[in-house]
Design a protein around this ligand. Structure first.
Ligand code: SF4
Length: 392
């Protein structure tokens, strides 16, 4: 089983971000840590006997949480669950929020994989995104992490930024590759409602999607070129694409995320966190006061009544089949026909024969060697192709 821990704090909101995070003050950070520890202890009792294979501490900016508070969270995890000796324990980190001493402390509770949000090596692009760091600060963070003995590092970069040219992206790629990380995630900028970017670029985003000339965002052709440039340069330097936006060296994929895409059960704790347990998806409370109140009903050792979930979604067989497909097909390995049959007791053709034939004829899907995979073209148009696997 996998464990996700949400830390919803950021020093400052980036201008494009709609994740559940905010710059709460220290009192809230302390109260949240206490609440989170109670929730973790509660589930440790409820799910006794489950072994944790991967832990992902995400956010927000977990590295902005005071080191002693994060220590308390992780001590509770280790006291409440049987964490596998070889567990992958990852954390997201924002450059400029973490000292060398903090890395040493993280290592004590088992951190063995770090994901650093660089986004761009160009300081003007970082300023435009509203990030708190510049490239120099990122370099110091990266160096400190390596010095602390973290040998598995992901660097996040972004494509499709306003004004981004292939030359600027190439510069970022060169800088990142030169550092020899084990993993690179390359995400295309999304213009999300409710963000300052939405107000600035909403009309440009519409123009981009309609294939029209844009003002500041790269037009459709340039956005495509930027994605292709990323894939090509990373491939040339030995980063194997294993998922739509993720590239790894030497098989060092993110085990936690592969678990999501293969529907391994996971428990999510913290504000707004989601879980997949058995045939049900659960969603935690997204309002901070309500979350703190609910956890306050638990005692410190986690005894008490189950928290009230903000969302409970019982999955039908069709829901599970569709999830299996659209999550599994995100990976370049796709899914195996045998695996599908073992999971659902029926052939994949029962559900998708016509859909698969049609997508293969369009050049979006490959059906060779007992596997179903997106082709390169299918990956390029993954949103549209994956939607074909939803079932009524
Ligand atoms: S650091 Fe990450 S989570 Fe926080 S505001 Fe920026 S993009 Fe969002």
């Amino acid at each position: 089983m996998e464990l996700y821990i949400h830390i919803p704090f950021c020093m400052k909101k980036c201008d494009y971000c709609d994740f559940l995070s905010a710059p709460y003050d220290l009192d809230v950070r302390r109260a949240y840590t206490k609440a989170l520890c109670r929730e973790i202890a509660f589930f440790g009792k409820k799910l006794a006997g489950e072994r944790i294979e991967t832990i992902f501490i995400g956010g927000g900016t977990p590295s902005w949480l005071e080191t002693e508070l994060l220590d308390a969270v992780m001590q509770t995890v280790h006291a409440s669950f049987a964490v596998e000796k070889e567990a992958e324990i990852s954390m997201e980190c924002n450059p400029g929020t973490v000292s060398a001493a903090a890395f040493a402390s993280y290592r004590r509770w088992g951190l063995n994989r770090l994901s650093i949000g660089l986004q761009s090596a160009n300081d003007d692009e970082l300023a435009l995104l509203g990030r708190i760091h510049n490239f120099d600060r990122f370099l110091r963070t990266y160096e400190n992490a390596r010095k602390a003995g973290i040998y598995n590092i992901n660097i996040d970069i972004m494509t499709g930024l306003p004004g981004q040219t292939p030359q600027k992206l190439y510069f970022t790629l060169q800088q990142v590759i030169g550092l020899r990380p084990e993993h690179i995630s390359a995400y295309a900028l999304m213009i999300e409602k409710g963000t300052p970017f939405y107000e600035r670029y909403k009309f440009d985003a519409v123009r981009q999607h309609a294939g029209m000339a844009t003002e500041e965002l790269p037009d459709d052709d340039t956005a495509y070129q930027l994605t292709k440039l990323t894939e090509q340069v990373l491939k040339e330097h030995g980063f194997l694409r294993y998922e739509i936006s993720n590239f790894a060296k030497d098989g060092l994929v993110c085990r936690h995320n592969v678990g999501y895409w293969t529907r391994v059960p996971y428990l999510g704790v913290g504000l707004g966190a989601a879980s997949l347990l058995g045939h049900t998806r659960y969603a935690n409370e997204r309002d901070m006061d309500s979350y703190l109140y609910q956890c306050s009903l638990l005692s410190e050792d986690g005894s008490g009544e189950s928290p009230v979930w903000a969302g409970v979604d019982e999955l039908s067989r069709k829901d599970e089949v569709a999830e299996y497909m659209y999550l599994g097909l995100r990976m370049t390995d796709g899914i195996s026909r045998v695996g599908f049959e073992q999971t659902f007791g029926q052939s994949i053709d029962t559900y998708y024969k016509e859909t698969m034939e049609q997508l293969r004829n369009e050049g979006m899907l490959s059906l060779d060697g007992g596997r179903v995979r997106l082709t390169e073209q299918g990956m390029d148009l993954s949103n549209r192709v994956l939607a074909e696997f939803l079932l009524d």
